[in-house]
Design a protein around this ligand. Structure first.
Ligand code: ADP
Ligand code: F6P
Length: 320
């Protein structure tokens, strides 16, 4: 029987993590289970940086960006010795199980702890939407809203000056944030890990939009880690009729009040995590598929192929 659970946030923060912490805490308390907040992800776990959470302690956080528990990256958590320290901390504090809110790296840590006898449930908390086993991750919708707001503004000024805005969005090798932004903003070009990068083709297309279509502006959405946005903007200035400008949205995408969609997603997933732990399940992660909250073994999710996004790229090609 589960008497006391821990909750931590790990890896890059994401809007909605606070909503998830609150949901996990309140659902557990409502079922007679004590809750301990673990500060700064696996770092706080190894160091025993724990705080008891009451219902009141998680008030006033549902709508706050970031994570009130703090997040950290601890590469040493891959070492068994460090994992054993974490297990000892949990056992000596009477914590039977934990909920880990983070990305696939954090899931690996959760899997390692489960194998060592501490049941863990993963919740997908990342703006990247790069986790298999779920249609959406907590934080993606908010980050997308931020991107769309920024690109809408950039379009205004680009039109006034016959410019091409190259806008770099995050995604960590996943093009979802870029392609959803491109579809939401009517971008002219989208460049992601899925589309690949063909510079000559992009320049040719922009020349066509300028000369033949006579567009006042062009918007290029590019995923991070593909090419330098500044240098692409310079090439656009040199090789097309548009003057190129680059904007790297950066960490602004990670902040802000979570959208209602992210809040409710976090609450639904938080509830499922506690229910799984009450049923004695460990090593699973929660997801949403076709608007149903589901869970799957973490190992399956880590090995699953990338979600196919062909439908979205086909739609983009048809609309552009
Ligand atoms: P995310 O969870 O957002 O993918 P990271 O990949 O940075 O972020 O992982 C977050 C943390 O999870 C790491 O700093 C580390 O503490 C832990 N972690 C990552 N990979 C492993 C692994 N293979 N085994 C155990 N812990 C891991
Ligand atoms: O995983 C979330 C994310 O924001 C990625 O999109 C990005 O590549 C990375 O984290 C940035 O990491 P950091 O916060 O360490 O700069």
């Amino acid at each position: 029987m589960v008497r006391k659970i821990g909750v931590l946030t790990s890896g890059g923060d994401a809007p909605g993590m606070n909503s998830a912490i609150r949901a996990v805490t309140r659902v557990a308390l409502a079922n007679g289970i004590e809750v301990v907040g673990i500060r700064d992800g696996y770092k706080g776990l190894v160091n025993g940086d724990f705080v008891n959470l009451t219902k009141r302690d998680v008030s006033d956080m549902l709508d706050r960006g970031g994570t009130k528990l703090g997040s950290a990256r601890l590469p040493e958590f891959k070492d068994e010795e460090v994992q054993d320290k974490a297990v000892n901390q949990l056992k000596s504090n009477g914590i039977d199980a934990i909920v880990v809110i983070g990305g696939d790296g954090s899931y690996r840590g959760a899997m390692a702890l489960t194998k060592k006898g501490i049941n863990c449930i993963g919740l997908p908390g990342t703006i990247d939407n790069d986790i298999a086993g779920t249609d959406f991750t907590i934080g993606f919708d908010t980050a997308l809203n931020t991107c769309v707001e920024c690109v809408d503004k950039l379009r205004d000024t680009s039109s006034s000056h016959h410019r091409c805005s190259v806008v770099e969005v995050m995604g960590n090798h996943c093009g979802d944030l870029a392609v959803w932004t491109a579809l939401s903003c009517g971008a002219e070009v989208v460049i992601t890990p899925e589309t690949g990068y063909d510079e000559l083709d992009i320049l040719e297309r922009l020349r066509y939009l300028d000369k033949a279509v006579k567009k006042n502006h062009a918007i290029v959405i590019i995923s991070e880690k593909i090419t330098d946005a500044e240098s692409l903007a310079r090439k656009i200035s040199l090789n097309t009729g548009f003057s190129g400008r680059a904007t790297v949205l950066g960490h602004i995408q990670r902040g802000g009040s979570p959208t209602p969609n992210d809040r409710v997603l976090a609450e639904r997933m938080g509830q499922k995590a506690v229910e799984l732990l009450m049923d004695g399940v460990g090593g699973h992660c929660v997801g949403i598929i076709d608007n149903k909250i589901i869970s799957m073994p973490i190992e399956e999710v880590l090995e699953a192929p990338r979600k196919s996004r062909k439908e979205f790229y086909r739609l983009f090609d048809n609309l552009v």
